[in-house]
Every structure is written in C-alpha cells, then in structure tokens.
Design a protein around this ligand. Structure first.
Ligand code: ADP
Length: 200
C-alpha cells in the first residue's frame, strides 16, 4: 500500500496515518516528524529548517525531497508507506512522481481529508491544551500566528495538489469532520483492500 494523505494542518493526517500503518504493516513517512528529528539532532538540515518551521513557512522543496528519497530507500519502506505532509507543493509532487518512477512504484491513492477551516483553529487549540496537560513539549509552530501562516501555506501551495491528483484520476476525498473511527472507515473504503505486504 502506498498512499498520500492530503489535508490542511489539524485535519487528522497523523492520526489516520498511524491507523494505516497498523492495518497494513507499512511505514509513516512524515516530513514534519523527520524535520523535527533533524532539528533535535542538530543536523545541517535541522539547522536550516528550524526557524522556517517555527514561523509556519515551508522548508525548501529540495530539502524535503532529499529526505523522502533517502527514507523511501530504507528496507522497512519496502512494504509500502503513507506519506503524511509530503508532497506539499506541485514541485514536490512532480519530484515524487520521478522518485516513484525510478523505483518502479505506483501510488494506490491520494486521500484528501476535507475539513471546515473554521474548525481547524479549535482543533489546534485543543491539541495545544492536551499536549500541555500531558506535560509534553509544545511545538514551536503550534501558536495562533504560526498556525495562520501554516494555513495560508496550505491554501496557496498545497491545495493545488488536489487538482493535480484529481487530473491524474488518483484523488479520493473523504469527510475529515466525521468521528475518527468513521474517517478511518471512509479511508479504508476508498483504498484497495489487499495491497501492501507482499510488495504490490
Ligand atoms: P502540520 O501538518 O500540522 O502543519 P507537519 O508536521 O506536517 O505539521 O509540518 C510542520 C512544518 O514542517 C511545516 O509547517 C513546514 O515548515 C515543515 N514541513 C513539513 N513537511 C514539509 C514539506 N513537505 N515541505 C516543506 N515544508 C515541510
């Protein structure tokens, strides 16, 4: 199973990715998580990404394309993957097409989580509260100013991917406003039932 989850920040991509991972025995490739790990490790990529991410802007395409290329080549990605937060620009989508082609791979689908933008701010505020309540570190970009910039970046740079994948006949849209379990079921319904382990 190879799938892209598309949707604005706070749409639930991370939650649903984890469920696809558990169900299909695939790996989650989250460029956000990978960049946060790079920042924590103090790598050159992390140093480059830190300020950009905190502001809520997008890091340069070549940076994320490189880390996705490397990660996709690792053994545990052989069974398949769910891309969460990548691609985020048309350029990244084109580069992804090339990365897949060079490995002879095809996507099983691109799932768009449709959400009402008004609700996203509430969801992010709740995520912030929950994180604080658990005593965990707060993401530097989970504040209202950065969130607005992240939403703007989504609208301007990522939303065009909906048409990009619709034109290719790959787009499946599900209602991301439903209960978490219902969203999981809706995603399962638009993806092939038996793709994944075994290398299809
Ligand atoms: P969210 O989906 O909640 O906004 P992510 O963890 O996916 O959070 O991304 C956090 C930040 O990491 C983004 O705002 C951006 O700065 C950076 N980032 C993640 N993925 C990409 C990408 N594919 N291209 C450019 N920047 C990215």
């Amino acid at each position: 199973m190879r799938v892209i989850l598309l949707g604005p920040p706070g749409a639930g991509k991370g939650t649903q990715s984890q469920r696809l991972v558990d169900k299909h025995g695939i790996v989650q490739l989250s460029t956000g998580d990978m960049l946060r790990a790079a920042i924590k490790a103090g790598t050159p990529v992390g140093k480059k990404a830190q300020g950009i991410m905190a502001r809520g802007e997008l890091v340069p395409d070549e940076v994320v394309v490189d880390i996705i290329d490397q990660r996709m080549g690792e053994p545990d990605a052989k069974n398949g993957f769910v891309l969460d937060g990548f691609p985020r620009t048309v350029k990244q989508a084109e580069e992804l097409d090339a990365l897949l082609a060079k490995r002879g791979l095809k996507l099983d689908g691109v799932v768009e989580l449709r959400v009402d933008e008004g609700i996203l701010l509430d969801r992010i505020a709740k995520r912030l509260e929950d994180t604080k309540a658990r005593g965990e570190a707060i993401r530097p970009d989970d504040n209202p100013e950065s969130f607005k910039i992240r939403l703007g970046a989504y609208r301007e740079q990522t939303a065009p991917l909906i048409d990009y994948y619709r034109d290719k006949g790959a787009l499946k849209s599900v209602d991301g406003m439903a209960e978490i379990d219902d969203v999981t079921r809706a995603i399962a319904a638009v993806l092939p039932a038996n793709s994944g382990a075994g290398g299809s």
